[in-house]
Design a protein around this ligand. Structure first.
Ligand code: MTE
Length: 321
């Protein structure tokens, strides 16, 4: 990954743990869906199932403690190496990705494996808005209002066996649509792979997102289905998922495989453990103008420690970075 700009002394923003949870269905949602029709119609083509599901959610009215990053930053400053290495490549070339039809294969240590359409995947789940910080390992961050549902609720439906210990995720491999997968030289061995320990996957903060900012996910943000794990560096939040595999062994993830000295399996946000090439003590909270950068202190577990630190009790987080 690219080296971030040099970190300078910071202003300190007080940050408390928050999550926003809204599940609103029925007639209010229906009325709202009509109101949102214009916004949806004006966005990129989205999978019909995402569009239908998004219609049932209500935007939250209570402002969060950290202010939400303007949508244009979250949708134009992206990491999605399948489209290229530049931050602007995903929004520039994202239209090439075809997300309808879409299916997800559920395999490995489950009693109900199979290939499920996106419609089948989404059908039983109520969508919620969750406003989360996203802290990239490159030391920039945003605050994004996602729309999704808990990953654990999905995993339970496929009945993991007693042997399941980890969950592996894969992104679509389709070089015809992902120009980055056609590149002759790439530091990534496609497809992009990520993984979680099963208890991390079941943690209620861990969601699968289908939308953001009240609309279906734009392709550059991982349409039609992506992971969001807010206490870990952004690279864990794998986009455009086509495979979810329950495993006995720890999956070999993309960044750990490409550079194990710099990127670990756990990737918990941790200001006490620097990246070998830069500090992780601070982050540039976007928008962050070049000549007056908006540095803030990085929080352990990205500020969600009260809710997740227990998952790592007794573990040496400097070794298991
Ligand atoms: N998923 C895939 N398939 N490919 C990628 O290159 N980049 C990761 C993650 N998920 C990436 C991915 C990184 S490094 C980050 S910081 C986040 O996506 C960025 O998500 P955003 O573009 O929605 O902000």
């Amino acid at each position: 990954m690219h080296e971030p700009g040099r970190i300078r002394s910071s202003e300190i923003t007080p940050v408390e743990v928050y999550t926003s949870r809204r599940t609103v269905l029925g007639c209010i949602g229906g009325a709202l869906a009509l109101g949102m029709g214009g916004a949806l119609a004006g966005s990129r083509p989205v999978h019909a199932a995402s569009r239908a599901a998004i219609g049932t959610y209500l935007p939250m009215s209570v402002p969060p403690l950290d202010s939400i990053t303007p949508r244009e930053y979250a949708t134009r400053y992206n990491n999605f190496y399948e489209f290229g290495n530049d931050k602007s490549a995903p929004s520039e070339y994202g239209h090439a990705l075809k997300t309808d039809p879409w299916s997800v294969e559920i395999s490995g240590e489950v009693h109900k494996p199979g290939r499920y359409t996106l419609e089948d995947i989404l059908k039983p789940h109520d969508l919620e808005e969750r406003i989360y910080r996203l802290r990239c390992v490159e030391a920039w961050s945003m605050v994004i209002p996602w729309i999704g549902f808990p990953l654990g609720d999905l995993i339970r439906r496929f009945e993991p066996t007693g042997a399941a210990k980890y969950v592996e995720f894969k992104t679509l491999y389709r070089p015809r649509e992902f120009r980055g997968q056609r590149a002759l030289f790439s530091s990534i061995d496609w497809p992009y792979v990520e993984g979680l320990r099963l208890d991390e996957a079941y943690h209620p903060l861990t969601i699968l997102a289908v939308g953001m900012y009240g609309e279906a996910l734009p392709n550059q943000n991982g349409a039609p289905l992506r992971l969001v794990v807010p206490w870990k560096y952004g690279f864990k939040s794998i986009k455009s998922i086509v495979e979810i595999r329950l495993t006995r062994k720890r999956p070999r993830t993309t960044w750990e495989t490409s550079n194990p000295r710099e990127y670990g399996f756990y990737a918990n946000v941790n200001p006490a453990v620097d990246h070998p090439r830069w500090s992780q003590k601070e982050e540039r909270r976007l928008p962050s103008p070049l000549f007056s950068p908006n540095f803030i202190e990085t929080q352990p577990f990205n500020g969600y420690g009260d809710l997740v630190a227990g998952l790592y009790a007794g573990m040496d987080l400097a070794r298991n970075f």
